[in-house]
Write a protein that binds this ligand. Structure first.
Ligand code: IPE
Ligand code: IPE
Ligand code: MG
Length: 243
């Protein structure tokens, strides 16, 4: 089925802005970090569910280039959670045939985290199931600037004035994956917050008030069902798409 033929079409690539951990904790008079811990549980459930549903790619926004602006204690705790998740979860993901990618500027992480990122990616690189990309210290603007730099490095004799979309796109993060079909944001905010900018050019957006720790299998099924109802026109008219 062509991607432009929409009804009942399952998204191949889902991207999620996992938001609302802090508010989830606040509502319960708990420290924000408990919300992040609960959020990791949602991640594990959703990864298993998407895998079972045959979704090809799932990309999760875990830490933005702007999140360094948070209080030092929260940033440190998030880094600790990231490291423990890498240490504890990767072999299980590997057993489930999941391929793990970490996108973002990893040079900002401490040596131990960087080492575990390398281990995680190389351990799972031949897996053929779900491709799980974790966006960590990721920014959409950073991604585009990096892509231009990489293009120039690969084409030292050419001028940037010759650059076009087709030539730049292989250097943008996640270019080896199908295009993002569905972008979900939990937590009630309706903004992109510098997540994938290039990659969501034609994604369908789905916003929900659910806070990330409450987002479960049923919630994502609802988002997928909403996606299946959308008519994706890719610039064409409705009549053309119906043909
Ligand atoms: C999202 O939840 C997780 C990260 C950004 C790491 P938040 O921590 O932003 O939760 P709220 O928006 O404060 O509720
Ligand atoms: C976006 O959430 C980043 C992640 C989910 C990792 P934020 O909570 O940081 O976004 P803003 O600051 O409300 O836009
Ligand atoms: Mg937030």
């Amino acid at each position: 089925m062509s991607q432009e033929n929409h009804q009942n079409y399952q998204p191949q690539h889902i991207a999620i802005i996992m938001d609302g951990n802090g508010r989830w904790a606040k509502k319960r008079f708990l420290p924000r970090f408990v919300g992040h811990q609960k959020g990791l549980k949602s991640v594990k459930r959703l990864v298993a569910h998407c895998s079972a549903q045959g979704i090809k790619a799932l990309t999760l926004f875990a830490f933005s280039t702007e999140n360094w602006r948070r209080p030092e204690d929260e940033v440190n705790k998030l880094m600790g959670l990231f490291l423990r998740a890498l240490q504890k979860e990767v072999s299980k993901l590997n057993d489930n045939n999941v391929r793990l990618l970490i996108v973002g500027d990893r040079t900002a992480f401490n040596a131990e985290i960087q080492e575990h990122i390398t281990i995680a990616e190389s351990m799972t690189c031949n897996n053929t199931g779900l491709v799980l990309s974790i966006a960590a210290n990721y920014g959409g603007r950073w991604d585009i600037v990096e892509a231009v730099k990489k293009w120039q490095l690969a084409n030292p004799d050419r001028s940037v004035s010759e650059l076009n979309e087709r030539e730049l796109s292989p250097y943008v993060a996640l270019s080896e994956l199908p295009e993002v079909d569905l972008l979900i944001r939990t937590g009630g905010e309706q903004r992109v917050s510098n997540f994938l900018i290039w990659q969501i050019a034609y994604a369908e957006f789905y916003f929900t008030e659910d806070l990330w720790p409450d987002f479960n299998e049923e919630s994502i099924d609802k988002a997928i069902a909403s996606f299946a109802q959308r008519e994706r026109r890719f610039g064409k008219t409705s009549e053309q798409v119906a043909k």
